[in-house]
Design a protein around this ligand. Structure first.
Ligand code: AMP
Ligand code: MN
Ligand code: MN
Ligand code: MN
Length: 280
């Protein structure tokens, strides 16, 4: 069964509406889909309704931003009750702090000559100040011809030491995993191969995540190389974590993996325990 448990819509920094995204996933043969917008649940009802009309299994998802030591880590939540108050309240606080951060990012960009940075990014986010992300600023910078493409923006702007970067306090690991598990869901470490830390720091992250109640780790993701698929398959088995897979699709011209074009966990390594075994 073709499965994609990590992708983004216009309810965060994806380019397709939840409906368009689900239709695209369906066309690409997906039968089990989770929408995982950054710190946002607002795309879930429309995605679920579209998936249901197409006969696909839809799983509630979210990708929560976490500040862990000096790193920003992403925790994917799957198959939770999207009406759970702790989860809703936690994410509402994050949306507020996102707006404050965006104003400071815009101020820095204006200082280096980017005109109307806030309004420009907000337009890219279709007016949703609560979900303004670096991706929206990046798309505006490309539109303003400051960089050739979104990937190139992240070389010259929006990263540590460059204009538009704001050190931000997201949720704690304990909060993110707690909100997800209290809402009956499963917490998964997103794209573990992407974090800039050494082996001992990674071991500490995984251990702390498990201690908080986390159960899964992404093995196959558009953010991993083929070599990293193998590395994290071994780590999933080593730590007894369930394995997850998802494209992390955002937009056609930006993402490495299209929605649903995700190598299958079972054919990749039959020993892995797929994360959906927890709720099926
Ligand atoms: P934010 O949560 O607002 O800090 O935005 C983070 C988002 O920026 C990520 O989810 C990616 O979609 C995007 N992003 C971060 N780094 C890069 C990069 N090097 N190239 C392309 N997109 C990136
Ligand atoms: Mn993103
Ligand atoms: Mn991520
Ligand atoms: Mn993502």
């Amino acid at each position: 069964m073709k499965t994609d448990l990590h992708c983004h819509s216009t309810a965060s920094d994806g380019a397709l509406t939840p409906e368009q995204l689900v239709l695209r996933a369906h066309r690409n043969g997906v039968v089990r889909l989770a929408l995982t917008d950054h710190d946002q649940l607002t795309g879930l009802p429309m995605a679920a309704a579209t998936a249901e009309s197409l006969g696909m299994a839809f799983i509630n998802g979210v990708e929560i931003s976490v500040s862990w030591h000096h790193l920003t880590v992403h925790i994917v939540g799957l198959n939770f009750d999207s009406s759970h108050p702790a989860l809703i309240q936690g994410l509402a606080e994050m949306a507020k702090s996102r707006q404050v951060r965006a104003l400071e990012m815009a101020r820095q960009l204006e200082e280096v000559g980017v005109i109307c940075a806030y309004e420009g990014a907000l337009a890219q986010a279709h007016g949703r100040a609560d979900l303004l992300s670096r991706t929206h600023f990046a798309r505006y910078l490309v539109a303003q011809k400051k960089s050739a493409n979104v990937r190139a923006v992240f070389m010259d702007y929006l990263v540590d030491g460059k204009p538009g970067f704001v050190e931000h306090q997201w949720s704690t690991l304990e909060q993110a995993v707690g909100w997800i598990t209290q809402a009956g869901g499963v917490a998964v470490i997103a794209h573990p191969g992407r974090y800039a830390h050494d082996e001992s720091s990674e071991i500490a992250l995984i251990q702390e995540f498990i201690d908080c109640g986390g159960q899964g780790i992404e093995v196959i993701t558009g953010s991993h190389s083929k070599k990293q698929f193998r590395t994290y398959a071994e780590k999933a088995l080593h730590y007894g974590l369930y394995a997850s897979c998802g494209s992390d699709f955002h937009a056609l011209n930006e993402s490495k993996m299209d929605v649903g074009k995700v190598p299958m966990l079972s054919t990749f390594n039959p020993l892995l325990k797929p994360v959906w075994e927890i709720w099926q």
